[in-house]
Design a protein around this ligand. Structure first.
Ligand code: FMN
Length: 236
């Protein structure tokens, strides 16, 4: 399955046909998740399906996937990286989805280590869009390498409240990855920027794979300082 092609056509879907997907498809989803690349294989991430969630910015859908960790550092970016591959896989399979930052499992008592939810199912709206229909920051505000295909894939990455908190600085052999500090009032209410960073890294990785380039990410909090940016990691 070529997930790269879905990067420039996917969109968040919020109008679902509430008919459940076939059981076979749910099994396929499980297999697909097992096949995806992990950002840090030593960080355990688990997930489960549920049919009902509650909370702010609710989207009615036939299925939800709840992703959990163990409260460890780095699990949010690992979640974004792993499950953005599922988001793109859904797109390629003709299934709509949307990340839900505030949804809580309504079927079991809320698990404190739940990280985020993805709603998914067949949709009652167009599944795809054109590149021109993406609402994103100009590329020069997210990287110095504006003609680089991998950076263009990062630009299409989704993020909570469309904050797009990433900055990728290309040097000769490496890419320095920074996270933008959010400003109030958004910084007071939005806490998922590390998931967004994982999503952006996922798009970068899939573009590297498509171009036949290597992708190795390591966390690094000691990059050269830059105003309004926090050091996040290095890609080699
Ligand atoms: C971590 C995260 C949390 C999100 N939370 C919500 C949400 O609670 N409700 C919602 O409708 N959309 C949510 N979204 C979807 C974003 O609003 C959407 O990705 C962004 O506006 C860009 O639009 P696009 O996905 O169509 O490219 C979330 C996205 C991410 C990555």
């Amino acid at each position: 399955m070529n997930l790269y092609a879905s990067i420039s056509q996917r969109k968040s879907c919020r109008k679902y046909n509430l008919q459940p997907l076939e059981e076979d498809m749910l099994a396929n989803i499980e297999q697909a998740i097992k096949s995806f690349k992990l950002l840090s294989p030593d960080i355990p991430i688990t997930w489960r399906f549920t049919n009902q969630v509650k909370g702010l910015y609710h989207v009615e859908a036939p299925h939800y996937l709840i992703i959990s960790g163990q409260g460890k550092a780095k699990e949010k970016e690992c979640t974004g990286f792993l499950f953005q591959q599922l988001v793109l896989w859904f797109d390629a399979m003709g299934i709509g989805c949307v990340w839900l930052g505030e949804a809580k499992d309504a079927e079991t008592s809320h698990n404190k280590s739940d990280i985020i939810t993805i709603a998914f199912g067949k949709v009652n709206e167009p599944l795809h869009r054109t590149k021109e229909q993406f609402k994103r920051k100009p590329i020069e505000t997210i990287t110095n390498a504006t003609d680089d295909i991998c950076m263009q894939a990062v630009r299409f990455a989704p993020s909570g409240m469309n904050t797009q908190p990433w900055y990728f600085e290309k040097l000769e052999d490496t890419v320095l990855v920074y996270k933008r500090k959010l400003k109030p009032p958004i910084s007071l209410i939005y806490k998922h920027s590390d998931i967004d960073m994982g999503i952006a890294l996922c798009h970068y990785y899939l573009a590297c794979k498509e171009m036949g380039k290597p992708f190795h990410f390591s966390h690094d909090t000691s990059l050269p300082k830059k105003a309004k940016l926090l050091s996040f990691g290095i890609i080699t």
